[in-house]
Unconditional design. Sequence first.
Length: 183
Amino acid sequence: MRMFSYLRPLAAASVLVASATSTAAAAPPTPEAKPSVMASFEGGWIRLADDWDVARACTSDGVSTRCYSSESEMDAVEGPLNQTSAQTTASSLTDCALPAVRLYQSTAWTGTVLQLTARFTTINLAPYGFDNVTSSYRIGVCPARFYDTTSGGTLYPGSTSAGASASSMVAGWDNRVGSVYIS
């Protein structure tokens, strides 16, 4: 029996190694939570990167985000998009006091709508659930720039000057916008 006594520690070590290996292999990797903007909606909260639920219009200033059942409901609470027009005063055009960009999921300014008002920062659309979703847009009194990645990238070739709008994107840009910068 003495001859086999040295095998016990080896067998025990093998069991420990096999156990550790199978435990590590069996444990699923912990997925990183994707960044998501939390938005208030009808007395609760929704994670926009995951699902807009029944919200159809959301507005964000980069600090807080609120969602509504419709664009008209958002306009009633937040005020309509201030686009340049004959009624716009010269002072609001020069100081760009009311920045806003509206991105629409579908052409002809339909589908879900995301309104952004934060200036002088590149806004990543992925946390809003709007990366590669834009099919039409409206620009308020401040010019903007659209890019094809979430951190800048290729500049959208269509007009994004103050007051610009498009019922559809320039060819090759439908569902391609990943970030926005409002001047």
